[in-house]
Ligand binder design. Sequence first.
Ligand code: KG4
Ligand code: ZN
Length: 353
Amino acid sequence: MLTLGIETSCDETSCAVLEGLDKVRSNIISSSLFRHKPFGGVVPEIASRHSLEQIDFVFQEALDEAKIKSKDIDLIAVTEGPGLIGSLLVGVSFAKTLAYGLGVPLIGVNHLEAHLSANFIGHKEPAHYVGLLVSGGHTILVYQKKGKSTRLGETVDDAAGEAYDKVAKILGLGFPGGPVIDKLAKEGNPKAFKFTKPKQKGYFDFSFSGIKTAVLYLVEKQDVGAPPRGRPQLLFSGPAQGPAPPLLNSQFVNDVCASFQYAVVAWLVEKTLAAADVKKVADIVVGGGVSANSYLRKRLPEEAAKRGLKVWFPPNRLTTDNAAMIARRGAELFRRGRRSSMKLTGNANLKLG
Ligand code: KG4
Ligand code: ZN
């Protein structure tokens, strides 16, 4: 069976062809990230226009690379949500038109569940597991059993990736912040600054806005050219790309990156392991852009191994948004009997479960 996956939930436009559940025949991704960089974040209108321009080419390229014709497609899986509504509508409209024209079944996929499914391409999915979803828009702990997700907890404010992006902005490191902070943290002292652990009402909830503010105060306290309170973005806007502004000492920047990353990863690891204990699972599955983080990839398996738990991380190329994971999740749901009707539409706030 050949599944066409379509992903247009944010700044990527992607089409993939998956054979069965395990063989990726093609996975074409056109990113509009370079168009957003000057603005320091994703601009929804630019993202949806990019998808509209690119979707035909990306689809054709996915067919060519998979060496198939459109009539060979058996199933179409498309991201239904959550995400940016303009971008979602491009993918969903394209998928519905194609499914109607080809007379093949259509299935709407939850983008967050698909991030976890990226782990199972070429591997058998565990019967039940705790999933940690960490991206630029979400930080959620879920329990998955027989293809069904139950939410255990989530961030009450910023997502983990969002905190990386905001801290990078405060330090003048450009957008997106995750990869650059991950890199500079390796040159810094993780014990240089201690950040207070946030307390939430929900046992499995997270909070990352406090640490971002703590970093802002640290930067303000630097005596050279420290920006006045409340207006840091004016002094720190600078070029969207490029090195830290010269007014911040590079060792200070590295130490902030290392200490920030140390704290964020410690909090993610602690709650994820607590959830695994409570749900009595043997597997922890991580997905989303932040799953590329080198320190999380080191620390979570180290701590999980002490409890005899296995941790799954997707291959690096599948950590960011891609259509192969959408096809994998769609094919799995199709086997379980799920179908979508032609009433399918984009849902910016689609929930898990
Ligand atoms: O899942 P994703 O590609 O898009 C969303 O759906 O949000 O995640 C993007 C997020 C960004 O916030 C980016 O800074 C973060 O993932 N990210 C990382 C790393 N690589 C990307 N965060 C920490 N460490 C990384 N190595
Ligand atoms: Zn994503």
